[in-house]
Write a protein that binds this ligand. Structure first.
Ligand code: ZN
Ligand code: ZN
Length: 355
């Protein structure tokens, strides 16, 4: 019954703009905020949600909900990433992606990299002891995960431990209460955040694999599709079915989070459901019950969403900052999974504008 009511609220919020009376509008909004709050892991909510004015990426001025979130996972719920020795099994490592396929990163995978990539310069381990080069300090993580990888960290398995984060990253998401479809082509820029999971973990853009591989490094994801960089903290490059789910009545999958344009992200579809869904280039489609929504891709696609169907809101570093997504810069080229060492991607606040 609770879930049924939730769906009704979601659809009533979708129809909110058409709603006649101001009273009904206010009740709809406060019910919508309550519903949004209930979807997130309570431990992940730092502040909000509340209603704020916002300007979306396409210039639409509207009302958004603002919620400040942090990653609510315990340390042992993240990892593992890099095996220590070529004799290690896949329980000691995470996953890597190539050509749309997910590969277990175990000791044998590291041992065989030169063959795997047909490039003899791959040599991530000590030939005598089998010990694998792993970045095991904060400094090493920073140097190996930079746009230009420091020479001494060529041929490393890049592991950034969550403990290297001095403090948990808090991000304020300002997302439209009623999503606004983009006019014309969808936005397929893959840099920057795609959305957020109900445990407060970022659904991030694509990992810059070309940069990573050029330095003969791998930056494995854990089995949940996540890893750490010092800027963003722990973030997902895939929706691998680990984050909390919210049942949605009549929907084809449970909801797992919000996209930056405010549309729901639902869990990945498999088998016949995936065939029948006929998803668009953005990994989304429209259903009678909840309207347009995405189904998040798992890590092997290296793109949780193919593109944005709607105008994006903002991910800000201050709960008081105003979302003017139309004024944000186009964003820097992606760094190696430092991903945004010099500045924020579209939809994110410029550092100098931060409080
Ligand atoms: Zn669907
Ligand atoms: Zn990453």
């Amino acid at each position: 019954m609770k879930h049924f009511a939730g769906t009704m609220l979601l659809s009533s919020a979708m129809g909110l703009m058409a709603s006649g009376s101001a009273m009904a509008h206010e009740m709809d909004v406060s019910a919508r905020l309550e519903h949004i709050k209930s979807m997130f892991d309570a431990k992940s909510i730092v502040e909000g949600p509340k209603v704020v004015d916002c300007t979306l990426s396409g210039g639409t001025e509207t009302q958004c909900f603002s919620i400040t979130l942090k990653n609510s996972l315990d340390h042992d719920e993240m990892g593992s990433w890099c095996p220590e020795n070529i004799g290690d099994g896949d329980d000691k490592g995470g996953i890597w992606m190539r050509d749309g396929k997910s590969i277990d990163v175990d000791g044998a995978f590291i041992e065989n990299l030169a063959t795997f990539y047909d490039d003899p310069e791959w040599q991530l381990f000590d030939k005598e002891t089998g010990k694998i080069n792993v970045t095991d300090t904060k400094e090493a993580c920073a140097a190996a995960a930079a746009i230009i990888v420091a020479d001494e960290y060529n041929n490393y398995c890049v592991k950034c431990d969550p403990a290297y984060m001095d403090e948990l990253t808090e991000t304020t998401y300002v997302l439209p209460l009623v999503p606004v479809p983009l006019e014309g082509e969808p936005d397929d820029n893959q840099h920057g955040q795609r959305g957020v999971a109900f445990n407060g973990v970022v659904f991030d853009g694509s990992a810059p694999q070309d940069v990573i591989l050029a330095a003969h490094t791998v930056a494995p994801l854990d089995d949940c599709g996540g890893h750490v960089n010092l800027h963003a903290g722990y973030h997902y490059h895939g929706a691998n079915g680990c984050s909390p789910e919210e049942k949605v009545a009549e929907a084809d999958a449970p909801m797992i989070g919000f996209a930056m344009d405010g549309y729901p992200i639902l869990a990945k579809l498999t088998g016949d459901d995936a065939e029948d869904a006929d998803l668009d280039a953005c990994s989304g489609h429209t259903a009678k019950s909840i309207g347009y929504h995405y189904h998040g891709n798992s890590a092997e696609k290296n793109a949780i969403l193919g593109c944005f169907h709607g105008e994006s809101g903002c991910a800000l570093h201050s709960a008081d900052a105003v979302c003017k997504a139309d004024e944000l810069p186009a964003g820097p080229p992606p760094g190696q999974d430092g991903e945004r060492p010099d500045g924020p991607p579209p939809g994110q606040e410029r550092p100098e504008a931060a409080e």
